[in-house]
Design a binder for this molecule. Structure first.
Ligand code: UT7
Length: 331
């Protein structure tokens, strides 16, 4: 008898309608479509333009789609975990706002802030509650409205990111599918290379911080790039080897969508074919906590029950890791 495991039993997603193309960015900062595409693999990204709308407004449609696809109602949800660095507000959390907006009257929730690894960390957290029998139906969402923290005069950062949300349902598996293992890592020294300078308790917002443009993403891209490739390769290798799974048995790698050159470097170093690596960075850019569920949302139809899948991410913190699962249904 295998131990109880949490399995992903459905995926929902949402991206805003507005498409910000590389061509439009050419009119905003000193950049070119050619530079952006060759250096990052991005052609366009989605932007949530509607005034007064935030992260929860993207999670709501993603979760409603998820519930419809899996024949559930909002009242069925026990717990909703939301991974994000662009919560509706500094507090309260976004997860309980989503529960209120969809009428998930039996649920409680909370947010997890682990930047681009947020969905990975939230997924493994949610899986523990299902595996140990505490809760039966756990929704894990990854969302970011990166456009709310981007400096659209800084070409080094504003071309990379986009807005979007994805969500999965976790339920106990009654077979050998589900989440098997994860290698999750952190190194707080990485905070120097990727952060927002002001707005937190260290440097609360003032007129000066606003004028100094300190409420935007700050990134030392080259350093982050180097650590990202190594972090993802190391943890994919570790999670596979400690589960005795040869890379050839893996059907899909789902990598964080930060830069196509990072993704291809990871695949090359793992000697893993790109045809089995999920990518959608060309259309959505980097949606931070949204990338992993949005990839599964895009590729769901191609997934088969029993597929071995590895999710891997690297992001601010630094945070990184890889998670191994056996897919639970035919997409
Ligand atoms: O998701 C969270 C984790 N984040 C990541 O994993 C991101 C990791 N880093 C990256 O993806 C890349 O480092 C970037 C895409 C951010 C930057 O690419 P890069 O190849 O590392 O470029 P760079 O920063 O070294 O800049 C090279 C040149 C510079 O010009 P000079 O100094 O050589 O004259 C930049 O000023 O490219 C210039 N540049 C641009 N040129 C046109 C930087 N951004 C742009 C731009 N358009 N948008």
């Amino acid at each position: 008898m295998h131990p109880k495991r949490a399995a992903i039993t459905g995926v929902g997603g949402f991206v805003p309608d507005y498409i910000l193309t590389n061509k439009e960015l050419e009119t905003m900062v000193d950049t070119t479509d050619e530079w952006i595409f060759t250096r990052t693999g991005i052609r366009e990204r989605r932007i949530l333009k509607d005034p007064g709308k935030g992260a929860s407004d993207m999670v709501v449609p993603a979760v409603l789609e998820l519930l419809e696809k899996t024949s559930h109602t909002p009242a069925d949800i026990d717990l909703l975990i939301c991974a994000t660095v662009t919560a509706d507000r500094v507090f309260p959390d976004t997860a309980n706002t989503v529960c209120d907006k969809i009428g998930a009257e039996n649920a409680f929730g909370y947010d997890i802030n682990a930047a681009c690894s947020g969905f990975l960390f939230a997924l493994y957290t949610g899986a523990q509650f299902v595996a140990n029998g505490t809760y039966r139906k756990v929704v894990v969402a990854g969302v970011d409205k990166m456009s709310s923290i981007l400096d659209y005069t800084d070409r080094a950062t504003c071309v990379i990111f986009g807005d979007g949300a994805g969500a999965v349902l976790l339920e106990a598996a009654d077979d050998d599918t589900g989440i098997r293992d994860a290698v999750l890592k952190g190194d707080g020294n990485g905070r120097h290379f990727l952060h927002m300078k002001a707005g937190g308790s260290v440097k609360p917002p003032t007129l000066d911080t606003v004028l100094a443009r300190e409420h935007f993403v700050y990134q030392e891209g080259k350093t982050v790039f180097k650590y990202a490739v190594k972090g993802m390769v190391d943890t994919v290798t570790e999670v596979l080897s400690r589960n005795g799974l040869p890379p050839a048995d893996v059907s899909w790698i789902v990598p964080h969508q930060a830069n196509m050159r990072i993704i291809t470097s990871v695949a090359e170093m793992l000697d893993f074919p790109m045809e089995k690596v999920m990518t959608n960075i060309e259309r959505y850019g980097n949606t931070t906590a949204g990338t992993l569920p949005l990839c599964m949302w895009d590729y769901e139809k191609r997934l088969r029950k029993g597929d071995w899948i590895v999710l891997t991410a690297f992001g601010g913190g630094f945070t990184w890791g890889s998670l191994l699962l056996k897919w639970a249904y035919d997409g």
